[in-house]
Write a protein that binds this ligand. Structure first.
Ligand SMILES: [Zn+2]
Length: 235
């Protein structure tokens, strides 16, 4: 039987907000690399039980049709990308440290070089590797932002174990132009950029593929900025 939505009690909403507060308060080097042990250390029993309940959910019951990729270990071969800058509303902004599997980083650099040669543009990495625990945190963050509408949140952010951001074999990158597109207010603006048009034509030469095209059958919104790496894909 298909459930329409997952109902969260008032008490559970408070638990979510308390988890979000606790994790954000901790002075951690990068949220992208947190693990479940870290979460269980800082959370109380009630919060841990709630996370357990959430993790048992099968997202397919809520319209998500993507593949289960599994909960992978945090890889060791990660390159750190630092000091990325972009312009937003005339102001210079910095992107926090991002983590990218070494091989994917090499292909990303090659692709950027080629793009620069062709259209005088470059892409920044606004999101890349995220641990499954980080993905869970992100899910709760958007759940709260979306007024605890579970179905809506499922469309916006993948569940731990279902995200290409936590799957180094087909590592996903969220791209951003050096002009700060897409920003958080209008994500679809990326579709209008010449960088996106260039990607559509050329990204596959560098083993990058668009994961969630328009009207995809995966129950995920169109994400023109989200591309995954796949060295073994046959065209
Ligand atoms: Zn993404």
């Amino acid at each position: 039987m298909k459930k329409n939505n997952f109902l969260i009690t008032k008490k559970e909403k408070e638990v979510v907000i308390s988890i979000l507060k606790k994790v954000s308060k901790k002075n951690i080097i990068s949220l992208n690399l947190i693990n479940f042990t870290f979460l269980s250390k800082i959370l109380n029993k009630e919060e841990k039980n709630f996370l357990k309940k959430i993790r048992q959910i099968n997202p397919r019951q809520y319209g998500f049709k993507g593949k289960y990729l599994g909960i992978q270990r945090i890889p060791k071969n990660l390159t750190i990308i630092k000091n990325q800058k972009y312009k937003y509303n005339g102001k210079q902004k910095n992107i926090n440290k991002k983590y990218i599997p070494n091989e994917v980083f090499l292909f990303y650099k090659k692709m950027n070089k080629s793009m620069y040669k062709d259209i005088n543009k470059k892409l920044l990495v606004s999101g890349c590797y995220r641990s499954p625990a980080c993905q869970l945190f992100l899910f709760l963050y958007y759940l709260n932002k979306n007024n605890f509408n579970f179905k809506k949140t499922m469309k916006r952010v993948a569940f731990p174990g279902y995200s290409e951001h936590g799957y180094p074999t087909k590592q996903a990158i969220d791209f951003m132009t050096i002009d700060g597109v897409p920003d958080t207010d209008d994500k679809l603006k990326f579709e209008k950029t010449i960088e996106y048009k260039w990607l559509l034509k050329n990204a596959s030469n560098f083993n990058f593929f668009l994961s969630y095209p328009k009207n995809n059958k995966l129950g995920i919104m169109f994400e023109p900025w989200h591309w995954h790496f796949n060295k073994n894909k046959i065209l």
